[in-house]
Design a protein around this ligand. Structure first.
Ligand code: TMP
Length: 228
């Protein structure tokens, strides 16, 4: 891999889609089958500074933010994450997998909270220019099922901080229905980059779909590189 820039892959979707489990399984697959040990990271967060901002945003008592303030906080965290972790790793030839990235802002703060997409794009360009993921998996599930699953996950977790990381989960079903539509719209508008995966399937089927979509997208990338 030396000399070649790494790939940036993101996992997106509503709450309770099993993203984190699927990322772990996909990282194992990359290591065993492709000889790639990816850097695993997440948003909001991913660096010490960005994790401090995460706590303000995702915890129940973190604050009652105005939606634009919230985007600015998310973007500040994203800028830290990008310049201190994601870009240096990619430049060094490593692959990076992030549990959420900018599509979450488009979906949650745009489709969910109603901020204008134009404004979100302007802010994103300020912090990231035209940088975008090479591939994005959008894990799709009925929001009622997702919220049920994510509630169960939170109840079972041993980590006290994670237990109260439910500020967004508490925003209700209508909000999460808008989110789902938003993610599907993002996928429709970016068919080259995004693959929608049915997250209601059993865990191992979801993983099989992810691997299939990965193989398809990357053979496409290779063909485009050869032709152009
Ligand atoms: P997680 O539960 O997947 O770790 O994500 C934390 C929460 O942060 C999740 O409910 C979605 C929310 N979020 C946004 O609202 N906008 C964003 O841009 C990101 C990255 C996350």
């Amino acid at each position: 891999m030396t000399g070649q820039r790494g790939k940036f892959i993101t996992f997106e979707g509503g709450d309770g889609t099993g993203k984190t489990t699927q990322i772990g399984l996909f990282a194992e697959y990359l290591a065993e089958n492709c000889g790639i040990t990816p850097v695993l990271t997440r948003e909001p967060g991913g660096t010490a500074e960005a994790e401090k901002i995460r706590a303000l945003l995702v915890q129940r008592g973190g604050g009652d933010w105005d939606p634009l303030t919230e985007v600015l906080l998310l973007s500040a965290a994203r800028r830290e994450h990008l310049v201190k972790k994601i870009l240096p790793a990619l430049e060094a030839g490593q692959w990076v997998i992030s549990d959420r990235f900018v599509d979450s802002t488009t979906a949650f703060q745009g489709y969910g909270m109603g901020l204008p997409q134009q404004q979100l794009q302007t802010i994103y360009r300020e912090i990231a220019g035209d940088f975008m993921p090479d591939l994005t998996f959008i894990l799709d599930i009925d929001p009622a099922e997702g919220l049920k699953r994510s509630g169960r996950h939170l109840a079972e977790t041993a980590d006290a901080a994670e237990k109260t990381e439910d500020r967004y989960e508490r925003m209700g079903l209508e909000f999460h229905a808008r989110l789902r539509d938003g993610f599907l719209e993002i996928a429709k508008n970016n068919p080259q980059r995004c693959a929608v995966i049915d997250a209601a399937l059993p865990l191992e089927h979801v993983q099989a779909e992810i691997r299939r979509a990965f193989a398809e997208k990357f053979s496409l990338h290779r063909k485009e590189a050869l032709n152009g």
